[in-house]
Design a protein around this ligand. Structure first.
Ligand SMILES: [Zn+2]
Length: 409
């Protein structure tokens, strides 16, 4: 069995306190030892690390859109949300199958070289699972569904169920479902997707309360998103205007329990209570909010204080300038000075694993899968969490299941 020994000036297991001078041994893809560096020589197939390396669990990007990687820099900043959606629809519509595959591949490579070892990817084609598996990244392929008109809903639902069944043939990647949002999926389909996820016991994720436009639309049935549906010919005359918040709407539909909610930027106390009751995991995307120049963002501190599981996501390169959870953790630290470094690293690892339902990743523990990242710290004066403050500390190597999938030098 292949044996890999990793040494670090610091080891940050996440689920237990930091260890100064730590060693991790991975055998057959699983972590078999975590502790102080052993003095006696130990035989291994590979040896990695050193005094200037901090070892952390593989990072978990709980929300992205790999199909849109090629959109990096293609959409100008300063657009309204409606204009941005139109730009994405137009660009995406012009992509060939090959372009989609290349985009996914390129995204996976960026993720791995930035220390991500597990991803939650929204896919409208179902093509990401086989590419993730081939390139050795773990993940959930959230098969996305968009259909606001009731007369098109059942055909769209059948299409997504077929994609999920087909995707199950790809080993190692979990199939999930992603009704896109409360403003782009019909009420009946939101319910159907939720019931299907429960019945099949698969993860479900949905963008919720991302923008003011969404809030206005769900509350009044008016505004730019109504105009967008009209102009696309997707408006549904029979839709009953909910007259409430997006969180309340999904909850009332019975489409919220156990979901992975993405964004949750515009929520109030009543919404937070519902998220807690319904066992929702929240994925916060700081880089995407910054890209759009949003001032009001998810109340992360409140959610954490309420015991809600909060993970991190990059969203796609159509609304971010990178796909790095390391960078998202740094942005979070700048935005929320009161959140401890330990908690930030947990959001980028263990909380993401919990959201995506992996019970044995996101921490460095014996019995967990051998997914680790080595970060080079040139100067450890500021302590082992220096990499959360300073971009000069970079990913040196990435291990998934005991395999070295990225090495800088
Ligand atoms: Zn998204």
């Amino acid at each position: 069995m292949k044996k890999l020994i990793l040494n670090g000036g610091w080891l940050l297991p996440v689920s237990s306190p930091p260890i100064k001078g730590g060693t991790v041994i991975i055998e057959g893809g699983t972590i078999v030892y975590v502790g102080k560096s052993k003095d006696e020589p130990c035989e291994a197939d590979s040896l990695l690390g050193g005094e200037n390396i901090v070892l952390i669990p593989g990072l978990v990007n709980a929300h992205t859109h790999l199909e849109l990687t090629a959109m990096e820099g293609k959409v100008g900043k300063g657009l309204s949300f409606k204009e941005w959606v139109e730009a994405v629809i137009s660009y995406r519509g012009g992509m060939s199958k090959e372009a989609v595959d290349n985009s996914i591949r390129q995204g996976v490579e960026i993720l791995i070289s930035n220390g991500t070892t597990t991803v939650g990817d929204f896919t409208s084609t179902g093509r990401s699972a086989s590419i993730l598996a081939k390139l050795g990244l773990r993940g959930v392929a959230f098969n996305e569904i968009v259909s606001f008109r009731e007369d098109a809903s059942q055909a769209a639902f059948k299409g997504v169920k077929d994609r999920i069944e087909n995707g199950k043939k790809t080993t190692g990647i979990i199939q999930g479902i992603a009704p896109h949002s409360p403003y782009s999926v019909s009420a009946s389909l939101l319910r159907d997707c939720h019931n299907y996820a429960e019945k099949m016991d698969i993860p479900i994720s949905i963008h919720i309360a991302e923008t003011g436009e969404e809030k206005v639309f769900i509350d009044t049935g008016k505004g730019p998103l109504r105009d967008l549906l009209n102009s696309l010919g997707k408006w549904e005359e029979s839709w009953q205007v909910p007259g409430m918040s997006p969180v309340q709407y999904l909850s009332r539909l019975g489409a919220l329990d156990g979901t992975i909610g993405v964004h949750l930027n515009l929520i109030d106390d009543a919404d937070i209570e519902i998220l807690k009751e319904r066992g929702v995991s929240v994925v916060y995307c700081p880089g995407s909010n910054r890209w759009f120049g949003r001032e009001k963002v998810c109340p992360v501190e409140r959610l954490l204080a309420e015991g809600i599981n909060v993970a991190l996501g990059t969203d796609g390169l159509s609304s971010n300038s990178n796909l790095s959870i390391l960078e998202e953790m740094r942005l979070l630290k700048k935005e929320f000075a009161s959140i401890a470094d330990e908690e930030i690293l947990k959001m980028g690892t263990l909380n993401g694993a919990k959201a995506l339902r992996f019970g044995d990743i996101g921490a460095i523990e014996t019995g967990f899968r051998g997914d680790l990242v080595g970060i080079r710290l040139e100067n450890q004066g500021g302590g082992p969490y220096n990499f959360l403050s300073d971009t000069k500390f970079q990913v040196e190597f990435v291990i998934i299941g005991g395999k070295i999938v990225y090495k800088k030098h």
